[in-house]
Design a protein around this ligand. Sequence first.
Ligand SMILES: [Zn+2]
Length: 286
Amino acid sequence: MFFETSLSSFALALTALPLGLIVGSFLNVVILRFPEQLKTRWRHESQDFLGLPADSSEPLSLATPASRCPSCGESIKPWHNIPVISYVFLRGKCHACSRAISIQYPLVELLSGLVTSFIVYQFGLSLMAAYCLIFSWVLIALTGIDYREQILPDQITLPLLWLGLFANLNATFVPLNDAVIGALAGYLSLWIVFWLFKLITGKEGMGYGDFKLLAALGAWMGWHMLPLIIILSTFAGALVGVVGLLLKTRDKQVPMAFGPFLAIAGWIALIWGDTILASYLGAFGL
Ligand SMILES: [Zn+2]
């Protein structure tokens, strides 16, 4: 019986893989284009506010124009746009100009594919799985955007927060009380750290986007998961920061985005948080 169940979960996970890869390919578009859309909008608003003539830059949309090679402008054929597989077949190069294609594309697709399969394997075809999939895909997009541009757009973090509260209306992950307090405490805890850090050092260690992302994570998982998320993300961030400095791959003057670490810690907490907390508290006989 157990064997049969795990076999069908495995078949389900395998079926979900192409879906995850295709979503990953869409996430790539969001990661690249959404910040550009925002910048165009901000520029137009600033020009309008300052009474300057508006530039005529074309507003980019997620659907148009069709994907092009950033170096030679050759439009990308549908059969060159198959997640991961095309990258391998093209050996990571544009077929027209042979310039290297960013490794970001296959990495995001692969990550999205694996995460999607894993969630379907864990939760089957359930409402829980659907929520977890949306949560994971949004975190991948936020991680990519924050890594590239050091912004966590409100247009993504705030809907994530609302969706977390909505999911917990009938306690999908935690009771609604815990979710509301989680959202408040998530925002305030980083807000306090931000202002203490700023008062003491005069520097800004993170951005308001980070507070909103932690508020969203609190809305999904409740306040009791926040300490774990903060510890995991701070530890991972410090580790990557120190290793980057030691290997000299990172410039000390360039601020490091904290969002990706919050996102990874948040994802771990959603999937294994209860297990981690239970074994940690168990170790102290609590
Ligand atoms: Zn090219």
